[in-house]
Design a protein around this ligand. Sequence first.
Ligand code: LLP
Length: 441
Amino acid sequence: MNERATLKINADGHLTIGGADAVDLVKQFGTPLYVFDEAHIRNMMRVYKNTIDSEYNGNGQVLYASKAFSCMAVYAIARQENIGVDVVSGGELYTALKAGFDPQKIYMHGNNKLLSELELAVDSKVGYIVVDSFREADILDELASRRNIKQNVLIRVNPGVEAHTHAFVQTARTDSKFGFSISDGAAEEISLHILSKKNLCLKGYHCHIGSQIFEKQSFALAADKVMDFMAEMKIKLSFTAEVLNIGGGFGIWYNEEDPKLKYADYAEYLKVLIQAVKNKAKEHAIKEPYLVIEPGRSIVGEAGITLYTVGAIKEIQGIKKYVAVDGGMFDNPRYALYQSKYSVLLANRADEKCTEKVTIAGKCCESGDLIAVDAALPKAESGDILAVLSTGAYNYSMASNYNRNLIPAAVLVKEGKSEYIVKPQTYDDIIRNDAVPEYLK
Ligand code: LLP
């Protein structure tokens, strides 16, 4: 048994998450419903934090990449766990601040931050802004100057390492809307530009090489390249970078093709990275940088499931069987967007053998609105509860009101007890911002 497992099957044959019976959760909160296990979220935050503490003398910081799942409660958990967060929009920043998050521990990302977002970031005194364009550097310097402050910034660079799940590629020049390429001199140019700004304080560099990565070496390689660049900048520009932020991307289990990692495996990712950083510091005789990581998916992904009620079932003779649920691409667009493969089960009959392969369809008016294809299940009946696993990351945060469906509520389970962390939307919420011009009335 994996010690990270939050899902079990109880004596009634029901799926449990964090000690709560999924059937009871549905009775109490209805479906569709996002459910999160708090212990799982905290444990993952701790693995990363403890590893930086023990292997790197605490000379670094874990940031929860809140784009994976952003709501006030999750920032409150991160705050209690004494880690930082990364935010990528005014909305995420606002939510973190409203949750009482220490702004000094907030890093602000974005390839095209709006003026209003930069103003909010500077005014709320966020710790670091990760600059991603010349224009942004100019605006930020101006904003800081008007407020008579010096804003700490990092530069987003492209080390030419791109990773995808089980492999990584090295490219001379990354074609990306993010960051400045190291290899073509752009990263050096923006460094010079920022160093010339009176009200910006360049602290170091950031990169993010991809997501859902299982290849440990890819993080080490990215660190190697950025550390080489840091050493070069020291010689060329007499600039000593203090911070190295290596981004997020650690992979999680979604389906039988993915490994089920243990806590020790996540610690191992970080150890490999830390070793690379130490080696490079020694090689170049530079100070070991303050090391920042930004895991999102691996903190909340496996902590969450989505519960649905099975509705219409349609068998197309000789072709396939569709099992439709009361959710769909509006609460989980990841199959529609990326053909992501999810594991599903019947939460009220979790101990029964799978006897058929079906396609799980959503309720949106769109053929591509699927949640899973070729999913093995016991013979599903209308009224069964379908659980989709590993939906904690990039589901709620990517949900929409497509077809004016309501975005489901989210509940947090702690030692078997559950509470809302996102309340259900209502139809009044749906029309809240609608306006009808007088002449149409
Ligand atoms: N830091 C930066 C700068 C990022 O861009 C990201 C993710 C992360 C950290 C967190 O990466 P993670 O640890 O979660 O892999 N919507 C896609 C995922 C997009 C990830 C974008 N950036 C999905 O549903 O798979």
